[in-house]
Design a protein around this ligand. Sequence first.
Ligand code: SF4
Length: 371
Amino acid sequence: MIAIDTVLVKLASRCNLDCDYCYIYRMGNDTWRRQPKLMSDQTISAMACSLAALVENQSHPLSVVFHGGEPLMVGTARFEAACAELRTHLPPSVGLHVQTNGLLLTDEVIDVCARYDVGISVSIDGPAEVHDRHRPDVRGRKSHAAVTAAIGRVLAHPQGRSLLSGLLSVIDLQSDPADVYEFFKSIGTPSVDFLYRDGNHDALPIGKASIVSTEYGDWMIRLLDVYLADPNPIRIRLLDDMMRLILGGRSVKEGVGQDDYGILVVETDGTITKNDTLKSADGADKFAQTWTVHDDLIALVRSVAFSEYHWAQRPSAAVCLACPELRICGGGMPTHRWSAIRGLNNPSVFCADQKRLIEHMRDQIAIRTAA
Ligand code: SF4
């Protein structure tokens, strides 16, 4: 049976921010409107039982990530109930995490995370002028001050440093990577992960002039140079993964490298879907058959449809299969390969960016290992 690494749980289908790059609300897919706003207690209980049966059938470690929308819109009481229900049914080895925009990350919520050992990751794009360009609240108000205050609350909590698994930042090409890096260092986070703006061959990511231009690769090279020059760096997961791959190791997350990841999403009504980043690829996140948390998830994972979805992570484009950098790049995220005409049978829209970044990384590693 294919192992499941990550289950993304949509405790809420709405968000209290209105980020201009959001792949759920801003890329032409409005299926979220038909979902209940919040996951019910009954759905949470059914999900906990079905995940317990799934975990019993695999030796591979599983992580459950509360996701959204904004998961904390479910309210502190139901958030705690969800944590308690999952901790009751799942073995302690299962990791629980919450990916939040931070606006509702109160001391009470942080206490809940500490009680149930829930890792916290906060989405923030950098200094105020960068973050507030793209992440206003639903009334158009700036959110940076509230988010940095929330990160401060986590770090001030007695268990906060072990709870904060890191920050998640979407790249703004208008920003200076050095300023963004210094900001993240200044707020005391142990790590930060960077995401490219979503896009595909029919709708290029914001800031990318053409399929052969390298704006994202150039931005990442500037970030890498700052990172490598820092004698006491914070961790940057994407750069670390890529350099580890160049040195012969493995990645830890989808998007680079050739490892396959078993990912399922639970919507607020209990429906199971594929990785929700595929929403921006013409709604390709849905299985043809409707599966829910009331079904046998082992049967789902053993189904042909799941296998097809799972193996579609591997690139199929001839240019990728012949590429000398395939082991590092991995062909990119499936959603970044998509086009209406060829489906996922394309290289990543970030192909030129990744090639440029990998070349620079190889040069930097060679310089340092020769010194
Ligand atoms: S997307 Fe480009 S760099 Fe990546 S494997 Fe495919 S051809 Fe190579």
